[in-house]
Ligand binder design. Sequence first.
Ligand code: ZN
Length: 167
Amino acid sequence: MTSELRELYQETILDHSRKPRNFGALAEANRTAEGYNPLCGDRARIDLAVEGDVIKDIRFQGAGCSIFTASASMMTEGVKGKTRPQAEALFERFHDLITSDPQQASRRAIPELGKLTVFAGVSEFPVRVKCAALAWHTLKAALAGEKVPVSTEVSESSSGDGGGRAL
Ligand code: ZN
């Protein structure tokens, strides 16, 4: 990754952490889930308005580090208007990005991720991976209608995707 690119990425993350998009409660939400990352203290709440299979609207609340806030903010932008399978596929790609080898991640073009590519650098900081993934795990739980808050430190309950995968 060039230093110019790295700087651009950091600016984008900073911008979203300072001015999170789609922040707040969603009055017309019909799905809600909460998540917690005990390693960092990040807390997330995702409100969804789902119609059929489509995420019509999404908002998030919570408190945490700048990586969590920026990731949640950009996630809401990335999945609004998408179907559940599309949102889950995006999460798979995003998860690959933040957990793969930094050198490879920065070189691999993942057009579907768009702006979310700015999180490629997170793969260099394993502790931050959970900060970046928390909002997504919480989104997945909300889509699945899970009532129990998700935590990055317990194995996921099986939700039809093989379950039990380490975050
Ligand atoms: Zn964090």
